[in-house]
Design a protein around this ligand. Structure first.
Ligand SMILES: [Zn+2]
Ligand SMILES: [Zn+2]
Length: 153
């Protein structure tokens, strides 16, 4: 989905669910890590985490957009636009937005293992990187079937 499509989608949800136009900018921001979306008070723009679309699908992202639009419309109307405000809670319930700026599962917790070992072919010198220790006698070189030797990187 492009930013233009997202913009049209947000405008559409705004009219349909809030009866009010969305007059600012909506765009994807791939650098959002822990939240599904964000509303910017200074610019009135909305950013949506594109990873949400892959992880949860359009129905969930629509709820996130509604959540951000609650911030948006309440803020512009000078009503309680923060999560703890009764205005916010009531409007969120009314339009069926997600409770939180939903986080992705396990974001930031997933550890990427570094390559710590390499298998080197004793015949053609091809190198195979490995993250975990392996028994070199159980493998052969994929190119020449030569014997492999395990070393640390
Ligand atoms: Zn929020
Ligand atoms: Zn080889």
């Amino acid at each position: 989905m492009t930013n233009e499509e997202l913009q049209a989608w947000v405008e559409n949800i705004s009219l349909k669910s809030f009866g009010l136009p969305f007059r600012h900018k909506a765009k994807f921001n791939a650098r959002l890590r822990t939240t599904g979306g964000r509303y910017f008070m200074k610019t009135h723009n909305i950013e949506i985490n594109p990873h949400q679309l892959n992880a949860y699908g359009e129905a969930e992202v629509e709820k996130i957009i509604k959540h951000e639009l609650c911030h948006y419309h309440l803020h512009l109307a000078k009503k309680g636009y923060q999560h703890r405000d009764p205005d916010f809670k009531a409007l969120l319930k009314q339009v069926g937005g997600s409770r939180y700026c939903k986080s992705l599962p396990d974001q930031g917790k997933k550890r990427v293992l570094p390559y710590r070992y390499k298998l080197v072919c004793q015949t053609c010198k091809t190198v195979y990187m490995r993250k975990r220790k392996v028994d070199p006698r159980r493998y052969r070189c994929g190119k020449c079937r030569g014997e492999l030797k395990l070393t640390t990187v």
